[in-house]
Design a protein around this ligand. Sequence first.
Ligand SMILES: O=C(CO)[C@H](O)[C@H](O)COP(=O)(O)O
Ligand SMILES: [Fe+2]
Length: 224
Amino acid sequence: MRPFLIAPSILSADFARLGEDVDAVLAAGADVVHFDVMDNHYVPNLTIGPMVCQALRNYGVTADIDVHLMVKPVDRIIPDFAEAGASIITFHPEASEHVDRTLQLIKESGCKAGLVFNPATPLHYLDHVMDKLDVILLMSVNPGFGGQSFIPTTLDKLRQVRKLIDDSGYDIRLQVDGGVKVDNIGEIAAAGADMFVAGSAIFNKPDYKAVIDEMRAELASVEA
Ligand SMILES: O=C(CO)[C@H](O)[C@H](O)COP(=O)(O)O
Ligand SMILES: [Fe+2]
């Protein structure tokens, strides 16, 4: 498996001083910036769009920006995010009329592409698109809000998807998002995840480095 990646969700960052907060979490050892886009339609919350992604790039953020689209329809906003500096774009397959077309659109825009599965979304959407995926994201909460509790059945789903990825031979990251904390990241990694989104667990603590170091210590015991 590839090195574990920690991707703080800026949903729990301080939006009034977002650039500074993103710099701080990257300086604390985060690998990737997880950028949650909610449209008050596909999910019952409203967050940030391509202008904010561009603003982070203009501010000087060079780390990968992982855009998690919780929007419907999906396609129209993809070129805007690619131009605004997104590195990875993931979307929920049930929010797209044409999953294969949306994946192609992301790739043609120069970004890595991924599908996101809600806790009750079936995995059959993977059936004919494994060759086009860079990331599979399993939601371990229902999407729309930070600070929810990890849904334990996600562990079985992670094990299933880890096997699918390994059997496929494709180079696909297995990401998990929702309720990831120091005290459960080890078992989540052991179930097969290799990319960990954590919002409230990091941004709600005063010392981001201390949390990320503790997460890495838990992950190191899984790697060993
Ligand atoms: O996509 C999301 C919610 O829809 C967020 O990325 C997720 O909730 C992260 O927040 P937390 O770590 O606090 O659960
Ligand atoms: Fe997310």
